[in-house]
Design a protein around this ligand. Structure first.
Ligand code: LLP
Length: 433
């Protein structure tokens, strides 16, 4: 039996199994809802990035895990072991990473409006790079660095004008973005000139990120080409030689059978070729390449286990199957109308002959996991798994309706390790006065 997540199989009891762990037993032991991730798959995904940089670019680069996809101490330890760096976007992510013993110099601090406190904290901690988004940030970094008597290594975020969200990408679509300095309007050029004149800042490179859940190679190649030409232009104009080119993340994953992710090796191969070609054409040194995958590292490694509760059939309209979680542990439907695949953990091989709306338990009509989902006939009390929830689920979970957040569990060789325990009612009161 094939599932969209490669790490799943059916065991001798006919139950869904991950890395030797019977998921029905996991649900019984840890309760539901629960996020469960396959550790081997996460590690395999990390290695795919690290190895592809070695194979296609002589190892002259670094893969950062975009930790907003799933941020917890366990993940920072795991990716440190895999030789990756981490993209962090808040003081909270920096704090979590450092608490896990993650090396500060391998942290790259992103965001369009880092606060003064966050910048000061990051600089004091000695994060590897700050990815400066705009003029205000450059000024703030320069000032704080001056007061602390340090020089801060900065990568400048550029908006290259590649819109990868449309099916056939268009070049100017992304001008309207809150992120980065716009290339077409001359803003990027101006900001590089400004940064070059700042005493306490060293510009080490440029960054771009063209979107998320992308399935095509072409927009990535185009972004690499534009960025390489920008490096050459800035060298000629401001005498700034960017040694680093950070090409962001955004690689698509499989949520349903319709999704067709690209092979990361293929991506690195294509982008390396573009970078080498433009470097030769424009006579600039080959930059150190950085990539920032988030979703593709963890999404397909993880699923969420729920217990079915109420089943409401509205003849001729639809059947609502409600589970014991919802938008509090997976807000992606209510935010993006995202699609998921669900399967019974107790009976994964049963014929998928019913079409349902999987609903959450919040007081909110839009609190759904998905509509028109094809699944076997479910009964109250049955354990279901929603697949590919490893990314942007736990990290975007909330306590809406005062619902505690589920635990994050890792399955490895027949054992379950708790990365994050289930939140309790008392946990939710910690900040209440
Ligand atoms: N680098 C930068 C600067 C980013 O902004 C992001 C994602 C990434 C890397 C990682 O992108 P990924 O490889 O994960 O696609 N909450 C949304 C996704 C937001 C992505 C934000 N930035 C979702 O659930 O689909």
């Amino acid at each position: 039996m094939q599932f969209i997540m490669d790490c799943l199989n059916v065991n001798e009891k006919g139950h869904l199994q991950m890395s030797g762990c019977d998921l029905v037993e996991v649900a019984e032991r840890f309760g539901t809802p629960a996020y469960v991730l396959d550790e081997a798959t996460v590690r395999k995904n990390c290695r795919a990035y690290v190895d592809s940089i070695k194979k296609y670019y002589g190892g002259n680069g670094l893969a950062l895990y975009a930790s907003k996809a799933l941020s917890c101490k366990y993940m920072y330890r795991l990716i440190a072991e895999e030789g990756m760096g981490a993209d962090v976007v808040s003081g909270g992510e920096i704090y979590t990473a450092l608490s896990a013993g993650f090396p500060a110099e391998r942290l790259y601090f992103h965001g369009n409006n880092k606060t003064l406190d966050e910048l000061e904290y990051a600089i004091k901690c000695g994060v590897g790079r700050i990815v400066a988004d705009n003029r205000t940030e450059l000024e703030r970094i320069n000032k704080i660095a001056g007061e602390l008597g340090v020089c801060v290594k900065v990568i400048i975020r550029i908006t290259p004008g590649v819109d990868a969200h449309t099916h056939s990408f268009i070049k100017t679509g992304q001008i309207d973005s809150k992120f980065g300095a716009i290339l077409e309007t001359g803003e990027a050029d101006e900001i590089v000139g400004l940064a070059a004149s700042m005493e306490n800042i060293e510009v080490t490179g440029f960054h771009c990120h063209i979107g998320s859940q992308i399935f095509e190679l072409a927009p990535f190649e185009l972004a690499a080409e534009i960025m390489m030409n920008f490096i050459a232009d800035m060298r000629e104009k401001h005498g700034v030689t960017a040694r680093e080119l950070d090409l962001g993340g955004g690689f698509g994953i499989k949520y349903t059978e319709k999704d067709t992710p690209i092979d990361y090796g293929e991506y690195m191969h294509a982008v390396s070729k573009t970078v080498k070609r433009v470097a030769a054409e424009r006579d600039i040194p080959l930059p150190f390449i950085i990539v920032e995958p988030g979703r593709s590292v963890v999404a397909e490694a993880g699923l969420t286990l729920y217990t079915v509760g109420t089943i409401k059939e509205i003849p001729g309209i639809r059947t609502y199957v409600s589970i014991d979680g919802g938008m509090t542990d997976n807000p992606r439907y209510i935010l993006y109308q995202s699609e998921y695949t669900a399967v019974s953990a107790e009976n994964p091989e049963a014929l998928r002959n019913s079409v349902i709306t999987l609903a959450g338990k919040c007081c909110e009509s839009g609190d759904l996991i998905g509509e028109n989902m094809e699944i076997s006939k479910l009964h109250t009390g049955e354990i279901v798994a929603v697949l590919s929830t490893g990314a942007y689920n736990y990290s975007m979970a909330s306590n809406y309706n005062r619902i505690p957040r589920p635990p994050v569990l890792f399955a490895a060789d027949g054992e379950i390790k708790t990365a994050v325990r289930r939140e309790t009612y008392e946990d939710m009161l910690i900040c209440d006065m």
